[in-house]
Design a protein around this ligand. Structure first.
Ligand code: BES
Ligand code: MN
Ligand code: ZN
Length: 498
């Protein structure tokens, strides 16, 4: 694993150690604490900003190397743009930008959280710390050697100097839980499928007991007894057993109806008998991104002791071609009793979710269900990697998810559902078929899921474009993004806690 980043807070005025990082706005002025720290070198720093034609924009930063009369070997001056417009998501980004300026092998840094003429919100330092931690994540556990001249990775200790240490520390304890949830999700997505198979996924989920999550693991026999034939059909060509994992965080009174999160956990998707082409197939190790998000979310909610009852259920299977594998034309009975004609064994995610959604609804009678799934390539065609597809039978839930998306930067875009799309999955031989043709592929997949949720308020997030292989951002350099943990944590925090 990449070296850990530890975060500490100290009061403005404390002596900085290591690389010194400071903030400025479009006026290129500094706050009082920053001015005091830079004083002996203020002329040199002003000259460096000038020489770089630095305008203090958010996203920009200048490195001042070895400034005379300062103990710091390097001062990084980062812009925040217009200071009065700053939102939490900007502080988060800023933390990422600062981490990006950290030279490889750096061991110590100090960030002065301070701007001219204003006191920053109590959340600012914690958001910056979250950005620092997420950007610093690097999945390198399978690298056994370094390139020539590459610095040895070292643990990094960052101290943030703030006006109110206790407030920053309190805000951070909640945000650190979220950071660790995102990192857990990223680790799961990045792991190769020979390591992370369904039983191993379940074992990692069992690790959540350490933060107070109740974890139940259902194996092949339990699933057969429950009648989850749609899910089991997907796994039947694999030598790996399937698993459904139920994770429960009880942070509210026992009377409070739970919220439920459901994840697609296909630990590898070859397509099965309807096998995928070879090019890019390695990416299908990430076909459990939905389940990774649900696991990371349950971790975050428990670690920050969210005042909510939350259930996370993941369906973990491996989709392989084999003598025992499911065939096109097969008909399976789902747990709901509805029958499904398999047209294409590569449309497997919806078969897994059909049984898990039904089970979640029947057992927990949740206030709502949100499922996440790397469900269709078609959602990448429609929305690229900028938004996840949102499908919902509930205006309120859809609105809340949209707002949480804008606040966190994990954005969703509403897609349609309607009886006319639903007709496209009627089958000649069974109650429905598992594909609806090429056109509107993400929509017919969502229509399929809707047949397993009844009247429960439900939202489906198609995360095929956002869970993995998304472009580098200020807060993520990893292939597995951990997308959705921050979004759903925000959904819970803003609308379902207390
Ligand atoms: N796991 C894939 C979808 C996917 C594609 C995820 C690209 C991430 C990146 C899913 O199981 C699948 O194969 N979907 C098919 C459905 C089709 C057979 C109806 C697809 O999208 O082509
Ligand atoms: Mn598939
Ligand atoms: Zn898949």
């Amino acid at each position: 694993m990449s070296e850990p980043v530890t975060i500490r807070f100290a009061k403005h005025g404390a002596a900085p150690h290591g690389i010194l990082m400071v903030l400025t706005d479009e006026t290129l002025a500094f706050g009082k604490a920053t001015q005091a720290a830079l004083k002996p070198a203020s002329a040199a720093i002003a000259r460096a900003l000038e020489a770089d034609r630095f305008k203090g924009k958010l996203g920009g930063a200048v490195d001042v190397l070895g400034p005379e009369k300062l103990p710091a070997s390097r001062v990084v001056v980062a812009g925040v743009g217009k200071a009065e417009d700053l939102k939490d998501s900007d502080y988060l980004r800023l933390g990422g930008i600062l981490a990006g300026r950290m030279p490889a092998g750096a061991r110590e840094a100090t960030v002065i959280v301070d701007l001219p003429g204003r006191s920053l919100p109590g959340s600012a330092a914690a958001e910056i710390a979250l950005g620092l931690k997420l950007r610093s994540y690097n999945f390198d556990r399978y690298k056994t050697r370094r390139k020539e001249g590459e610095a040895e990775p070292a643990p990094l200790a960052v101290t943030l100097l703030v006006a109110d240490e206790a407030m920053a520390q309190r805000a951070w304890s909640g945000r650190e839980a979220v950071a660790d949830g995102v990192i857990l999700a990223r680790d799961l997505v990045n792991e190769p499928s020979n390591v992370l198979d369904p039983p191993e996924f379940a074992r990692r989920a069992e690790g959540l007991r350490a933060v107070g999550v109740e974890v139940e693991v259902l194996g092949d026999e339990d699933l057969a007894r429950l009648g989850m034939r749609a899910l089991l059909g997907v796994g039947q060509g694999s030598v790996k057993e399937s698993r459904v994992v139920v994770m429960r965080w009880n942070g509210a009174s026992a009377k409070s109806q739970p919220v439920a999160f459901i994840g697609k956990g296909v630990t590898f998707d070859t397509g099965g008998i309807s096998i995928k082409p070879a090019a890019g197939m390695e990416d299908m190790k990430g076909d459990m991104g939905g389940a990774a998000c649900v696991t990371g979310l349950l971790y975050a909610l428990a670690a920050r002791k969210a005042k909510v009852n939350a259930v996370g259920i993941i369906g973990c299977v491996e989709n392989m071609p084999d003598g025992a594998a499911q065939r096109p034309g097969d008909i399976v009975a789902s747990m709901s009793g509805q029958t499904i004609e398999i047209i294409n064994t590569d449309a497997e995610g919806r078969l897994v979710l059909a049984d898990v959604l039904w089970y979640a609804k029947e057992r927990f009678k949740p206030r709502f269900m949100v499922d996440l799934a790397t469900l269709t390539g078609a959602i990448l065609v429609a929305l690229g990697t900028e938004h996840a597809g949102l499908f919902s039978n509930d205006e309120k839930l859809a609105g809340e998810l949209t707002a949480a998306g804008l606040a966190t930067g994990e954005k969703v875009w509403r897609m349609p559902l309607s009886p006319d799309y639903d007709k496209l999955i009627d089958s000649r031989f069974a109650d429905m078929k598992n594909t609806g043709g090429r056109n509107g592929g993400s929509i017919t997949a969502a229509q399929f899921l809707q047949r397993f949720v009844d009247k429960t308020p439900w939202a489906h997030l198609d995360v095929a474009g956002t869970a993995m292989a998304s472009p580098a951002s200020d807060i993520n350099r990893s292939w597995g993004s951990g997308w959705g943990v921050r979004l759903l944590d925000k959904l819970v925090a803003d609308y379902y806690e207390g």
